[in-house]
Design a protein around this ligand. Structure first.
Ligand code: 0WD
Length: 256
């Protein structure tokens, strides 16, 4: 029996077979969790339904996190189908493409800043707020995905840096409030991985190569490795861990 047996988990952010959320879902399934998924927009519907079916899940719901009505609908449906929720995975990030090229102050705009913070950071609080009634009193876990650009001025990451800093502050504020309900809140700061979202960052290949050559393990990380760390943090094995950012980056962040 896996260490997530009996856990009901909602996973957002599956966009392709390379998505970090895909690696997380596979680890959760292996460890015995029951899964539900969300997809953003009709273009991803059949792909996510197919992947969900391969995980033995039929619970697949539309969710664009910029729309409060869709957020309400997802948790209404989960309440009807499951009545409760143990694990929430937020694996969503977005900035308009032109924000992720050139220098920060040349590319950043009020609208670009607003959108990237709304979709990449506020959405975690919005999902947390909506999920809270279903998760209270269950040794539950909320998890998000962040990046080193939250704490270091990584070239080209630009406005996503401030957005991830805000997301990491959300982890702490949410953890502080939800602890008394038995809900833990953590983040995984993943090293660069070639996914659809990453492809939007100018010079992403350089980020990958730099991380591989400068990290203690001398390589990049995989979605399977992030998935395994996510399974640990979302399970009762991590019952004493909350408000934490766990680096899964082959050790890159410790290097001078
Ligand atoms: O190197 C990387 N890939 C890293 C990613 C390193 C460290 C952290 N991360 C983070 C990302 O910033 C993001 O928060 O991990 C999370 C997942 O990203 P991913 O797996 O790298 O990317 P991807 O497979 O593209 O999934 C992100 C998805 C979107 O995909 P597309 O490519 O269609 O934009 O986020 C979802 C969407 O499915 N998404 C939304 N979902 C609901 N509502 C929205 C939205 N408005 N916008 C984007």
């Amino acid at each position: 029996m896996g260490f997530m047996a009996g856990k009901k988990a909602l996973i957002t952010g599956v966009a392709s077979d390379r998505s970090i959320a895909t690696g997380i879902a596979e680890a959760f399934k292996r460890e015995g969790a029951e899964l539900a998924f969300t997809y953003q927009g009709d273009r991803l519907k059949s792909r996510v339904e197919e992947f969900a079916a391969s995980c033995g899940s039929k619970l697949v719901l539309p969710l664009d996190v910029s729309d409060d009505a869709q957020i309400d609908e997802v948790f209404k449906e989960l309440k009807n189908q499951w009545g409760e929720l143990d694990v929430l995975v937020h694996s969503i990030g977005f900035a308009p493409r032109e924000q992720l090229a050139g220098k920060y102050l040349d590319s950043v705009t009020r609208e670009g800043y607003r959108i990237s913070h709304d979709i990449s950071a506020y959405s975690f609080a919005a999902l947390g707020k909506a999920a809270r009634p279903l998760m209270a009193g269950r040794n539950a876990s909320m998890l998000t995905l962040t990046y080193l650009g939250a704490v270091r001025a990584v070239p080209m990451y630009n406005v996503m840096g401030p957005a991830k800093a805000s997301l990491e502050a959300n982890v702490r504020f949410m953890a502080a409030e939800l602890g008394e309900l038995g809900i833990r809140v953590n983040g995984i700061s993943a090293g660069p991985i070639k996914t659809l979202a990453a492809a939007g960052i100018t010079g992403f290949r350089t980020m990958l190569n730099k991380a591989a050559s400068a990290s203690p393990l001398k390589r990049n990380v995989s979605i399977e490795e992030v998935g395994n760390a996510a399974a640990f943090l979302s399970s009762d094995l991590a019952s004493g861990v909350t408000g934490e950012i766990l680096y899964v980056d082959a050790g890159y962040n410790i290097m001078g």
